[in-house]
Design a protein around this ligand. Structure first.
Ligand SMILES: C[S@@+](CC[C@H](N)C(=O)[O-])C[C@H]1O[C@@H](n2cnc3c(N)ncnc32)[C@H](O)[C@@H]1O
Length: 253
């Protein structure tokens, strides 16, 4: 079975869920993110994003090497959303090891740029090393911080990265589940979206972002138009998940 549809033995699934509960600061806690960099550099040809993505998937499908990437099944949903939106300026919340950023980068139009926000500098460093190897450093920038840190990261995005009114075409939300809606509201309050901007949110069912889903449902057809994509939690086929793809129609935070 391929990496999109691996059937974890039940004990391995339980071990994976327990480890997820023990995660601290967005890391699995056993050095596997550093090991991933070594693996990608060893097996993927330099300058080849497809090879780097395949190498990450191969690593994450190994026993006890599960990673909290969006994975191949939901990554394909993400890439189709990017293809439809044809965005120029993109933002990601939750870089981790830079996997979803590579999927976005290979699907976005030439000349587009993705900024990816991540509070853990060690994760940002892992992602940068993988992007550098994949030849994507010119298209993707890791920004260490969090939109909810009291204003520093929002200011950094405005002042260093020229974020401004109506300037953001696409957002991937894939970070702390209780921050999905607050961070979307922060983005709206900055006025960075425009009618037609697209926001994709991962893990809306597991671990779950019920407040975010309720917000999109309450505003369906008025300020947002959302499609819910049924999928599975990354790298297995037992646990269902949801990816929300929401087009902004205009309206308040
Ligand atoms: C599920 S992982 C992201 C996976 C990544 N998008 C991918 O598919 O390759 C979540 C990441 O969000 C980060 N994170 C946690 N709180 C955050 C916040 N407030 N803003 C941005 N990132 C955050 C964690 O450190 C972790 O690296």
């Amino acid at each position: 079975m391929g990496v999109t549809g691996r059937k974890f033995p039940h004990w391995e699934l339980v071990a994976m869920l327990l480890r997820l509960k023990r995660m601290r600061h967005g890391r699995m806690g056993d050095g596997r993110e550093e090991e991933l960099v070594e693996h990608v550099l060893a097996v993927a040809a330099p300058g080849d994003p497809d090879a780097a993505i395949a190498a990450v998937d191969q690593f994450a499908a190994r026993p006890n090497r599960f990673l909290i990437n969006i994975g191949a099944e939901k990554g394909a949903i993400l890439e189709r959303a990017v293809g439809r939106a044809r965005p120029t300026r993109l933002l990601e919340l939750g870089t981790y090891c830079g996997y979803s950023a590579m999927r976005i980068a290979r699907s976005m139009p030439a000349g587009a740029h993705l900024w990816s926000v991540e509070p853990n500098p060690a994760n940002a460093d892992v992602a940068r090393r993988i992007w550098e190897h994949a030849g994507l450093s010119g298209q993707v920038t890791a920004v260490v911080g969090a939109l909810g840190d009291g204003g520093g990261t929002l200011r950094k995005l405005r002042e260093r990265h020229a974020f401004g009114p109506g300037g953001l075409d696409f957002v991937l939300i894939d970070h702390a589940k209780n921050e999905y809606l607050p961070d979307l509201r922060r983005i709206l309050a900055q006025g960075w979206l425009h009618p037609g901007s697209v926001v994709v949110a991962d893990n809306v069912r597991i671990p779950g972002a019920p407040g975010y889903r309720a917000f999109m449902r309450a505003n369906q057809g008025r300020w947002w138009r959302t499609v819910e994509h049924a999928a599975h939690v990354e790298y297995q086929r037992l646990l269902p998940d949801l990816v929300l793809e929401s087009e902004y129609l205009g309206g308040p935070a």
